[in-house]
Design a protein around this ligand. Structure first.
Ligand SMILES: [Ca+2]
Length: 271
């Protein structure tokens, strides 16, 4: 009788450890929403020690600025204000970063944010949102590029596009709707992740869908291996691949302009 009890306990433990390891490969739903509200208009309040709010600030040029706006916002009483000066010999970046999730192939990722671009200048190549994996990079190869997909101004000025250069694919572009300036604009980006052409990509501005189509939106191990092999480098993408961080703001400003922008009402949802 004792033996049977031990056996039952053993079997149930094996069963439970199996289901745990299975669970690590499937995504638990994730939702992060932040409207940049603060008590004292202090950026430090966006970083809680329990990790419930933002994770990092990304800033290159020390003269770039990040602050809480109390005058320009789309919800509540605060928004995030970013000033990204034009690039010199270093690519100018000024954005905020959220980590702490895993988005795998077949997951639906929905990112939404309100942007206010306080500029009428030409902003071709300005990047607003990056979705990235860093731990997918081969640890034996230097200079981790944190591959992923990004939202970038394109089409000669301010036609928002899905940029895929870091995963070695062409951009998904449009020239039907320019990005409105000096007003709040809601951007919604939906991705069903795949490392091949079955990925689904949708981008909307103020509720108008400007890009909708199939296309790879996750790094592909074979493509990375072949690309690096051209330079004699043995590269192994770390699988299963998953996106693990999102950046929003001026994630890169390669333009000739100093750009002030505001971000509010950010959310990322993974299912
Ligand atoms: Ca707000």
């Amino acid at each position: 009788m004792k033996f049977i009890y031990v056996l039952i306990i053993l079997v149930s433990c094996i069963a439970c450890s199996n289901s745990d390891s299975d669970a690590s490969l499937t995504t638990t739903s994730f939702l992060f929403e932040d409207g940049f509200e603060t008590q004292n208009n202090d950026v430090d309040e966006l970083f809680e020690s329990n990790g419930s709010r933002w994770t990092n600030i990304q800033q290159t040029n020390p003269s770039n600025e990040i602050s809480i706006s109390t005058s320009t916002f789309s919800e509540g009483q605060n928004a995030l204000r970013l000033l990204a000066l034009q690039s010199d010999n270093v690519l100018s970046k000024m954005d905020i970063e959220k980590e702490g999730f895993k988005a795998f192939a077949d997951d639906l990722v929905v990112i939404e944010a309100d942007f206010y671009l306080n500029s009428t200048a030409n902003i071709e190549n300005l990047l607003l949102i990056d979705l990235e994996c860093c731990s997918c990079w081969d640890p034996t190869v230097e200079d981790n590029q944190c591959p992923g997909v990004r939202l970038m101004m394109s089409g000669g000025n301010d036609f928002l596009a899905i940029e895929r250069g870091k995963i070695s694919a062409g951009n998904l572009q449009q020239t039907s709707l320019q990005f409105p300036r000096n007003e709040w604009v809601t951007v919604r980006w939906e991705l069903t992740l795949a490392d091949d052409d079955t990925g689904i990509n949708s981008l909307s501005i103020n509720g108008n869908e400007i890009i909708m189509g199939n296309g790879m939106n996750l790094p592909n191990a074979t493509i990375f291996r072949e690309l690096f092999a051209e330079n004699g480098i043995d590269f192994t993408l770390q699988e299963p691949v998953f996106y693990e961080r999102v950046q929003v703001g001026a994630t890169a400003n390669p333009t000739m302009e100093d750009i002030e922008l505001f971000v509010d009402n950010f959310s990322i949802q993974i299912n």
